[in-house]
Design a protein around this ligand. Structure first.
Ligand code: NAG
Ligand code: NAG
Ligand code: NAG
Ligand code: NAG
Ligand code: NAG
Ligand code: NAG
Length: 314
C-alpha cells in the first residue's frame, strides 16, 4: 500500500508540473466549497466533482477522512466529524480511462479563538510627559498569521499589528502599545481587540476583546480661566473670583487677601476655588492652586470703582 501511494503521489506531482494548475481544463475537477475555514474540533465536509466524461474512478487522499479509489462515480464527498489536527490538505484525485490522473488539494484553514485577551500596564499611574507601555496578551490562538491586534482608545483606533508566524497550531502573541502620557488621556479607556481574518469579504473577522483599562495621568493644576484678572468692586455688591483649576490629583487652594483687610488675615486658608463675597477692600487677592504635581498662582487686582457721586460732580 505504501509503495502504491508513493507512486501515485509522484505521478500527481508530474501531472501538476506538466499542467501547471492541476485544476486546469485538462484536469476538469471541481471542489465545493473551493476552500474551507473550520474551527478545530468542528465537522468538515467538502465535495469533489469530476467534469470529465472519461472518469474511471475517484478518491480522497488524507490521513483523516480519506476515501479509497471509487469506480463509476463522478463526485465524492470528504467528511471529518471533528477536525483533530491543525494542518490538513486533503487531495481529491480522478483517474481517467486513458490512465491520466488529475488531483487537487482542498485548502483548509483550521482556527481557534484565543483562550483570553488581556491587558497589562507596566505602571498604573503615569506623570504627564512620561512614556508608558500597555501590553495586550493573546493566549493560544491559531493561525497567528491571520491574527491582527487593534488598539482602541474610546472610539478611536490608535494602532494595529499583525504577526509573521508560520505555525498553524495555537501560539500566544503580545502587542505592546507605547504612549506618552497627556492630560487628555487621564481617565481614557484603552482596550485591545484580537481579530482572526479568515474569511475574505462579507463574513468579516472573528474577534475577541480585552477588558477596558483606565489610564491615570498625573498633571499639575491648570486654570480653567487663565490669566490674572483686574476687577472693579462696588461696595455692597458681590464679586466672583474664579481660581478653579484642573489637575490630577485635584488641586487644593490657598488664598491671600490684602494685609489691611478687616475680616480676613494673611495666609488664611479658604478651600473654595471660587469666591463669591461682598468685597470691601481694594488690593491684590492671591490664589494658589496646588498639588503634589506643582502649583499655579493667580492674582486678582481689585480696585474701587469710581464712585457715582464723583461721576455726578465731575
Ligand atoms: C466527452 O467530452 C468530449 C469533450 O468535452 C466530447 O467531445 C465527447 O463527445 C464526449 N464523449 C461522450 C461519450 O460523451
Ligand atoms: C514602562 O514602559 C515605558 C515604555 O517602554 C518605559 O519608558 C518605562 O520606563 C516603563 N516603566 C516601568 C516602571 O517599567
Ligand atoms: C490568512 O493568512 C494567509 C497567510 O498570510 C493569507 O494568504 C490569507 O489571505 C489570510 N486570509 C485573510 C482572509 O486575510
Ligand atoms: C500675573 O501677575 C504676576 C505678578 O504680577 C506675573 O508675574 C505673572 O506673569 C502674571 N501672569 C499672567 C498670566 O499674566
Ligand atoms: C453675596 O454672597 C453671599 C454669600 O454667598 C450671599 O449670602 C448674599 O446673598 C450675596 N449678596 C448679593 C447681593 O448677591
Ligand atoms: C491694579 O490695577 C490698577 C488699575 O488697573 C493699577 O493701577 C495697579 O497698578 C494694579 N496693581 C497691581 C499690583 O498690579
Amino acid at each position: 500500500g505504501f509503495q502504491i501511494l508513493i507512486g501515485r503521489e509522484l505521478f500527481s506531482v508530474c501531472v501538476q508540473i506538466l499542467n501547471g494548475n492541476p485544476a486546469s481544463a485538462s484536469c476538469p475537477l471541481q471542489m465545493s466549497p473551493s476552500r474551507v475555514v473550520v474551527k478545530f474540533g468542528d465537522a468538515l465536509s467538502a465535495k469533489c466533482t469530476s467534469l470529465s466524461n472519461q472518469t474511471e474512478g475517484m478518491g480522497w487522499e488524507s490521513p483523516y477522512g480519506g476515501r479509497d479509489n471509487t469506480k463509476g462515480v463522478t463526485f465524492l464527498d470528504f467528511k471529518i466529524d471533528s477536525v483533530p489536527v491543525w494542518e490538513l490538505g486533503p487531495m481529491c484525485y480522478v483517474n481517467l480511462h486513458d490512465g491520466d490522473q488529475c488531483t487537487e488539494i482542498l485548502p483548509v484553514t483550521i482556527y481557534k479563538m484565543p483562550d483570553s485577551v488581556s491587558l497589562r500596564q507596566n505602571s498604573t499611574t503615569v506623570k504627564e510627559g512620561e512614556k508608558f507601555a500597555i501590553q495586550c496578551d493573546i493566549v493560544n490562538v491559531a493561525p497567528a498569521r491571520n491574527l491582527s491586534v487593534l488598539w482602541h482608545k474610546g472610539n478611536k483606533i490608535l494602532n494595529s499589528e499583525t504577526f509573521i508566524e508560520s505555525s498553524p497550531s495555537p501560539v500566544s502573541k503580545s502587542s505592546v502599545l507605547t504612549l506618552t502620557a497627556h492630560r487628555d488621556d487621564d481617565g481614557a479607556e484603552i482596550w485591545c481587540e484580537a481579530k482572526l481574518n479568515l474569511w475574505p469579504g462579507e463574513q468579516g473577522p472573528a474577534m475577541m476583546r480585552s477588558m477596558s483599562h483606565r489610564v491615570t495621568v498625573l498633571y499639575p493644576p491648570t486654570y480653567t480661566k487663565a490669566g490674572n484678572e483686574t476687577l472693579e468692586m462696588t461696595v455692597g455688591e458681590n464679586m466672583t473670583l474664579n481660581c478653579n483649576a484642573k489637575g490630577n490629583p485635584p488641586p487644593l487652594y490657598h488664598w491671600e487677601f490684602p494685609k489691611f483687610t478687616k475680616e480676613w488675615h494673611d495666609k488664611e486658608e479658604v478651600i473654595e476655588p471660587i469666591l463669591t463675597l461682598p468685597f470691601e477692600l481694594p488690593g491684590v487677592y492671591t490664589c494658589t492652586a496646588y498639588s503634589n504635581q506643582g502649583n499655579v498662582i493667580k492674582y486678582f487686582n481689585i480696585s474701587e470703582a469710581p464712585s457715582k457721586f464723583s461721576l455726578v460732580t465731575s
